[in-house]
Each structure stands twice: as structure tokens, then as C-alpha cells.
Design a protein around this ligand. Structure first.
Ligand SMILES: *Cc1c(COP(=O)(O)O)cnc(C)c1O
Length: 428
């Protein structure tokens, strides 16, 4: 792990632990820039790329992607704030997500957001009503993408968010059956389609199968609604290892495959046709992050061995209880000069990696390929730049959040932590 970022101008996880203590997240901005370059190279020439802040809303991480020309995809007012702090222009932010409320749409409009993804007729009507009453610029048109739920899942997809019964989007068949319900109203114009269908897709073939299905739907919807679209947001789902060792994949055949699909389905896409856009969270930032934690104590109970750590599901893997996570496989890192540095052989005996929370659910896994652990050892969980802290139970048991150290990108290393604070609330 240390080697993989040596020489990049970024500090290593063990150096960060020595400087700031544990637990900590380390984000390497050089890796974010490289991931962005690799994804852009895999997408069609001229494609628009959105960064989904839900993967990691840290403004320095998101800021690199803003400077590299990404747009932002946000789904809450907190993510909107993070995107603005990161430097995304309001015009480059798409506000998406189900169950948008009147106050949050109002806040987004007042912040200057002009593009929304709408997920239902109610969502479209609410946006139209709020746009009539609010907004910094009453003359500015509000553009919206209509989020579509496909009729069937794409084969090979793991966590399907489309093609099944879901709270997301409008069923494809519903739009075809009632196109009148999906027309421009007031200041709100339907300018595009949004077809995000799944996450962490395993191969180029599965990705291309998904984009093929998305483009076929775009064609049918344009005919049914009797209009040309200015933007086709084909989603994403670009996979990368999560919280375990492994290299971020590159997609050598994706650009050519996608361009061929676009030539078939949208022959005008190269000159004046619709903008083609994509979204990614995990691919852009997953591999930039490492969680570093210390072994506080090693103990035995009724024939099992436990390593008690200073981090747990309040910092990583909070979604595991919802079975949204594969088992975590932390790699071992030791500070230089550690007392047991010579101990490198796997013991072959499972060690239960548990955190400090007062619940037995606070477990990351029980690998048997780690060397013997000792109090004071450092463990690193690689590939945790996406869905790490932001997908965890930070409020539970009121532990302080881990330090987040940002390094690389030709900038001085910074360290900060988020703090949950209680503030008084006025009556409406
Ligand atoms: C979560 C989400 C994304 C990002 O997914 P990744 O797997 O992190 O790339 C993109 N678009 C929408 C609508 C999402 O909900």
C-alpha cells in the first residue's frame, strides 16, 4: 500500500497515522485525477461526466473533479452545499433523487440550480409549483430529466435499481401508456432522460448491455412523447473494488463499444444531437481512499480470537447490516519500527475484527490470512474512498468522526473532521 503511492507527492497511510493518530481516512487526490482520466478515456468523445457526491462529499475530493470539468449529481441539500463549496457552478449541478420535498426544491432553486431529475408526476408538478413561487431568476427555464425505470433488469447486474419494482423513477410502460402526463409545465421543461440502472457492474459486457437497453428506451420515449431530447443521461455503474485489495479496472473496449451503440441509436450524437452524459461515484473516488485503524487489544473468548480496533461500523460498513456490503478484507500495515514487524506469515486462524461499539454487530469480518495481531498494530482497509465514512453510522454511540486527511494533487496535505452538533431550531 505504501509503495503504491510513493513518489506521487502524497503521504503514505502509515505516515498519516504517525502525524494525526488513528482512526483516519486518507484520500489521495492524485488517484482521483488518474481515475477521472481513465473513465473519460473509456467514454465516448465529448461525453459529459457527473460526479455523484453520495460516494464521498468531502469538498477537496469533489473539488478535484469540479476542476477537471465534471458536473455534480446531488440528492440532498447537504450534498448541494458540499458541491458548491467544492467549486461546482450551480448550472453544473443536477439535483436528483426520490421524495424531493417543497423546502429542498426551494433551497436548490434559490442556490441557482436549474437542472433536476424528476422521478414521478408528483415530483414534476411539485417542481413546477415551487419554480413558479421561488427561484433567483424567474425567467430562467428549469430543465428536467425524466428518470425512467426499465421494464426488465439488465442481465448480469448485481444490485439492480431498475427493471424491478422500485421507488426510483417512472416505469417505462407508464410513460408509454400516458405520455400526456409528462409534458412541459410552466417554467419546467423536460429536456432529457435519466437512466441510472445499477451500481458496481462487473464487466464491460454488462455495462454495454445496460447502455444498449437504455438507448433503445430513449428512442421509444422520444417517439412516444413526440420530442427530441437535449440530454441522454445513460447512468453508469462503473465498478471498482470496495474495501478490499484489488486494482481499479480500466475499460479498454468501452469507448468503441459505446460509440458504436450511439451511432446505431442516436446517429446525430456527434454533431448537434443530444448531449450524452454519464454518472459515477465509486469509480471516480473509490480507489483514492484508505481507512487506517489501530489494534487496541487482542483477546480470546471461548475459543475465538478477537482483535478490538479503534474503528468499526460507525466509520466503515454501516450499510453492512442492510446486507449492502461484501465482507471487508482489511490489509495489514505496520508503522516502521513496530515491535512485531518480523511477524508477516498468515496465521491461518480466523481473527474477528471488531470495533468499539457496544453491539455485537460492530464486526468487519474474520479473515484468517492476517499475521498474528498485537496491540498497537495498524490495519489499513484499502479502496474506501467511496461509500466509506459517508455510508456509515457516524451518529451511533457518539464517537468522534475519524480524521480525514487529504493528500496529493500538488497541494499541501490537510486534515479535518466532521462534527455532529446540536443547534436550536425555531418554530415555523
Ligand atoms: C448512487 C448513484 C450514482 C453513483 O453510483 P456509483 O455506483 O457510485 O457510481 C449515480 N447516479 C445515481 C442516480 C445514484 O443514485
Amino acid at each position: 500500500m505504501t509503495d503504491s503511492i510513493a513518489g506521487s507527492g502524497a503521504i503514505s497511510p502509515d505516515a498519516a497515522a504517525a502525524a494525526y493518530g488513528t482512526p483516519l481516512y486518507l484520500y489521495d487526490l492524485n488517484v482521483v485525477a488518474q481515475s477521472h482520466a481513465d473513465l473519460v478515456a473509456a467514454l465516448p468523445e465529448g461525453a459529459v461526466l457527473h460526479y455523484s457526491l453520495k460516494a464521498n462529499p468531502h469538498p477537496d475530493v469533489a473539488g478535484v473533479l469540479a476542476r477537471l470539468g465534471c458536473r455534480a449529481e446531488v440528492s440532498s441539500t447537504g450534498e448541494l452545499d458540499s458541491a458548491l463549496v467544492a467549486g461546482f457552478a450551480p448550472a453544473d449541478i443536477t439535483y436528483s433523487g426520490p421524495a424531493k420535498t417543497v423546502p429542498e426544491i426551494g433551497e436548490a432553486l434559490r442556490a441557482g440550480v436549474t437542472r433536476f431529475s424528476v422521478e414521478s408526476v408528483r415530483d414534476l408538478e411539485t417542481l413546477s409549483a415551487v419554480a413558479r413561487d421561488t427561484g433567483r431568476d424567474p425567467d430562467a427555464a428549469i430543465e428536467c430529466l425524466l428518470r425512467i425505470n426499465a421494464d426488465r433488469p439488465v442481465p448480469g447486474m448485481g444490485l439492480a435499481m431498475a427493471g424491478v419494482s422500485t421507488k426510483f423513477g417512472v416505469d417505462f410502460a407508464r410513460v408509454l401508456a400516458d405520455p400526456e402526463a409528462f409534458q412541459d409545465t410552466g417554467r419546467v421543461r423536460i429536456t432529457g432522460l435519466h437512466l441510472y440502472m445499477g451500481t458496481n457492474l462487473p464487466t464491460e459486457d454488462v455495462l454495454l448491455g445496460q447502455f444498449d437497453a437504455a438507448l433503445a428506451m430513449c428512442g421509444e420515449l422520444a417517439r412516444a412523447l413526440g420530442r427530441e431530447f437535449g440530454e441522454l443521461d445513460l447512468g453508469g455503474g462503473f465498478g471498482t473494488p470496495y474495501a478490499q485489495a484489488g486494482e481499479r479496472p480500466v475499460y479498454p473496449g468501452l469507448r468503441t463499444g459505446l460509440e458504436k451503440l450511439l451511432d446505431e441509436h442516436v446517429p446525430t450524437w456527434r454533431d448537434g444531437g443530444p448531449a450524452v452524459s454519464f454518472e459515477s461515484g465509486r469509480y471516480l473516488v473509490g480507489s483514492c481512499g484508505t481507512l487506517v485503524t489501530s489494534v487496541v487489544e487482542v483477546k480470546e473468548s471461548k475459543g475465538r480470537q478477537y482483535a478490538l480496533l479503534d474503528s468499526g461500523i460507525h466509520h466503515l460498513g454501516g450499510l453492512a447490516g442492510l446486507r449492502r456490503l461484501p465482507p471487508l478484507r482489511p490489509g495489514l500495515l505496520r508503522l516502521p519500527g513496530s515491535a512485531h514487524a518480523e511477524d508477516t506469515e498468515p496465521t491461518g486462524r480466523p481473527v474477528h475484527l471488531v470495533g468499539p461499539l457496544c453491539t455485537p454487530l460492530d464486526q468487519w469480518g474474520s479473515p484468517s490470512d492476517l499475521p498474528a495481531l498485537h496491540a498497537g498494530d495498524l490495519l489499513a482497509v484499502p479502496n474506501t474512498g467511496a461509500y466509506g465514512l459517508t455510508a456509515s453510522l457516524v451518529g451511533f454511540l457518539s464517537y468522534p468522526a475519524p480524521v480525514e486527511v487529504v493528500t496529493g494533487g500538488g497541494r499541501p496535505t490537510t486534515a479535518s473532521r466532521t462534527v455532529l452538533t446540536r443547534t436550536p431550531v425555531e418554530r415555523n
